[in-house]
Ligand binder design. Sequence first.
Ligand code: TPP
Ligand code: MG
Length: 358
Amino acid sequence: MNVIATFEIAYYQYLNEASLLVETLPSDLKNPHELQKIYRLMVLLRTFDSKAIALQRTGKLGTYPSTRGQEATFVGIGAALQKSDVFVPYYRDVGVLMQRGVKLSDILLYWGGDERGNYSSMAEDFPYSVPVGSQPLHAVGIATAIKIRKQKRAVLTVCGEGASSQGDFYEAMNVAGVWKLPVVFVVSNNQWAISVPRSAQSASQTIAQKAIAAGLQGEQVDGNDVIAVYERVSQALKRARETNEATLLEIITYRQSDHTTADDASRYEPQGVREEEWKKEPIERLKKYLMNTNAWTEEQEHALHKECASDVEKIVHEYINAVPQAPESMFDHLYETLPDIYAEQREHVSHKEAVAHG
Ligand SMILES: Cc1ncc(C[n+]2csc(CCOP(=O)(O)OP(=O)(O)O)c2C)c(N)n1
Ligand SMILES: [Mg+2]
């Protein structure tokens, strides 16, 4: 017997659970302003998230998926992406979208429910939608177009560890490997797929090693450490842009919430786990580091919370007072030239609307 293949999976952490740097700070983040910016975004995201849940509980928003506890994942990804890269989201991506020019009031409109629905969605990157495992396929399609056009851009897509069990996920990685496509697959491993725990999701020791069979590099990243997320995503994007090599990043974190506001995790989540995991949560971890390095003060902290609360109030005001978009606008951001069959349907919908509203 000869061993003909071996592999290892690296785990990356920069800022450990005790807020101590265990690796050299990446050069992009050496200026304290950079980490302060990232910290502000994480606090804004959490403030927005709590408000969105409160709006749903008081009947002012439809079903909403929280990102509580996962702020480092999404803020880190958003900070690492360059403007010319393409982002292909799933439904827990507010922290990225808010850095891609999407207004937070539009995100509320998206989750607003039928009556307040924002039909055209956000077309800055890929239309915002709620796929569970199809988006990696869309990402490799876009990456193929980028490669054919010889552009220096990367595509990044995110899905959950639950979605990584789907055939679509493996198919997308396979084609990215064999066609050498400039794509980064991120799996946000938050330990739950609604009520299915990670242990029941896959017998694979890591999700990252799913990359190996497709010929890609796979690695694990501490998802409660925004420095690690930023740096590993940045490196993977750079490799994609410069060498067309795809990467799978398994970002390990914990869902500090129900799956969505339509779920009740207390029915299946073992008692005490969430509290234990909370000790590792990303915002406090970075705050302690900033304070320990004299890059943040209690006064700044107080001012930031006030500022975020006031920003979120403005966002909610915009949302509550938004004029719902016309239903026919759902046809307006899909094609450069609308095919005849949809043009007819568009006409039909707008006519029905006109009749309904006299
Ligand atoms: C193809 C498909 N299967 C199932 C569902 C129902 N569904 C919605 S979210 C979800 C769980 C996904 O979990 P995970 O991929 O871990 O992402 P997370 O929500 O934890 O971020 C499921 C099963 C769906 N929307 N689409
Ligand atoms: Mg999950």
